[in-house]
Design a protein around this ligand. Structure first.
Ligand SMILES: Cc1cc2nc3c(=O)[nH]c(=O)nc-3n(C[C@H](O)[C@H](O)[C@H](O)COP(=O)(O)OP(=O)(O)OC[C@H]3O[C@@H](n4cnc5c(N)ncnc54)[C@H](O)[C@@H]3O)c2cc1C
Length: 422
């Protein structure tokens, strides 16, 4: 590793100045950072999109990927600076782009043909296209291979696939996106795992309908407890396909390659090696930057020390001190997992391991914080509780264990890395 996980090198300090100057010049005027993703207006969303597109052109949106395909071509040390400096301003560049982009890039790199890489990658890397991940269906969540949405070769025009079916729990905040990363069943007779195809297709196709889901959660805990909540989904959707024609040029890999492509994408979703390169998980603040990792925890500990109302509760009830210490100790463990992985010592499933730990931690964390804050957990008045509904939003996110793989699925992924189990 060519940088320290705890502080910048001299070269990074210099690069941070460059990044900050660019941010000063490019953050759209009037950009706001509401804590609750549901309070991001359409106008504010468009400002975020504009910033992300500018960052893509500059190479800051996907700093690690090759310049050849439109990526930034920056080193990991520089990419860390870009992510940290943007996070310190409450901005989470990657989050604006939804999961389909961050998961689609490595999938195209790993499984796409040369022609597909040259045509599809710049759409995301250089143009900053927003892509929704369209994998989950009513009968295909953890059992991702059980896809029922058919994309079958058109009998009339064999260059096209005709898509029928529906996806659930997908997308984020304001539709439509630019693209769908769409997993489908393209052969109704072939054996399981050999019957799927993946597309990176435009979202504005005829026959697509997008319907909002009224969910309680603003997004997974990692995106709701960091310095910024800009990467949180906010709203999820159902997407229905009714005789939608997709040209074969939008395939990733070949027809029937879908399971291989999905696995390359899921490697990122499950916190694998690719996640580090794409900055997935930066929701906690700045990746690799231990002291920033658990922003919610830091703000909570500050309140326990400095807020007379909370300090008085802890003094009056010594059991609450135990809750504070539980939060502190588990947060330290989480920080150390991050440092271990940043140092390249996580092993094959290090990312998934850290992701699983954070999911379990989120439940403990929010329960313990709720005990300590008591009724003050419900207020957004910082003099009494935590700033700007921070706890309430994170608590809703903590309930949300399903996205990025359920804890049980992550355990299966880890067991496979250890060559145990199926
Ligand atoms: C806020 C939110 C955002 C999401 N974003 C997206 C998105 O952008 N794109 C997308 O495609 N999907 C998205 N999802 C869907 C998410 O990926 C699925 O919810 C998840 O994969 C689980 O699938 P499921 O809900 O069908 O649960 P199921 O697969 O039905 O699982 C139900 C329970 O059974 C357990 N289980 C299942 N199989 C096993 C097994 N073999 N061994 C042990 N336990 C098992 C699970 O762990 C879980 O506890 C999102 C979901 C939410 C809630």
């Amino acid at each position: 590793m060519d940088f320290s996980p705890d502080k910048y090198t001299n070269e990074q300090e210099e690069f941070a100045k460059e990044v900050n100057q660019w941010l000063d010049e490019n953050i759209p005027e009037g950009m706001e950072f509401p804590r609750d993703p549901l309070n991001v207006t359409q106008e504010q969303f468009q400002k975020r999109r504009e910033l992300a597109k500018r960052a893509a052109r500059k190479g800051y949106l996907y700093p690690n990927y090759p310049v050849k395909y439109g990526g930034g071509g920056y080193t990991r040390a520089q990419a860390t600076v870009i992510r940290r400096e943007t996070a310190m301003r409450n901005i989470q560049l990657m989050g604006f782009h939804s999961a389909g982009s961050t998961m689609g890039i490595p999938a195209i790199l790993a499984c796409g043909t040369d022609e597909q890489k040259e045509r599809l990658l710049p759409l995301i890397l250089k143009d900053g296209a927003l892509t929704w991940e369209l994998f989950t269906e009513a009968e295909a969540g953890s059992d991702e291979a059980n896809q029922q949405t058919n994309a079958l070769r058109s009998e009339r025009d064999g260059e096209y696939f005709i898509v029928n079916g529906g996806k659930i729990f997908v997308g984020g905040i304001y539709p439509p996106p630019d693209n769908f990363l769409l997993l489908t069943r393209s052969d109704t007779k072939a054996p399981r795992h050999e019957n799927l195809s993946m597309f990176l297709a435009p979202a504005d196709m005829e026959g697509v309908s997008i319907v909002p889901l009224d969910l309680f959660v603003p997004g997974p805990f990692g995106t709701t407890s960091g310095r910024s909540t800009a990467g949180a989904d906010g709203i999820k959707y159902q997407v229905f396909f009714d005789d939608v024609s997709i040209h074969e040029k939008y395939l990733i890999g070949k027809e029937g390659d879908g399971w291989r492509v999905a696995n390359a994408a899921l490697e990122v979703e499950h916190g694998g090696i690719g996640a580090a390169e794409t900055g997935a998980g930066e929701g906690r603040g700045a990746q690799f930057w231990g002291s920033e990792q658990s922003y919610l925890v830091r703000r909570f500990i500050d309140q326990c020390k400095n807020n007379p109302v909370i300090a008085k509760r802890i003094k009056a009830n010594p059991f609450l001190l135990e809750s504070v210490m539980n939060v502190y100790i588990e947060a330290e463990k989480e920080r150390l997992f991050g440092l271990r992985n940043a140092g390249g010592m996580g092993g094959r499933a290090g990312g998934t391991h850290a992701q699983l730990f954070s999911k379990k931690f989120s439940i403990l964390l929010t329960n313990e914080i709720a005990k300590v804050l008591g009724p003050y957990g419900l207020t957004s008045d910082e003099e009494l509780g935590m700033e700007d509904t921070m706890f309430e939003v994170a608590q809703r996110g903590a309930l949300c264990l399903a996205p990025l793989g359920t804890p049980e699925v992550l355990k299966i992924v880890i067991s496979r890395a250890l060559a145990i189990g199926r």
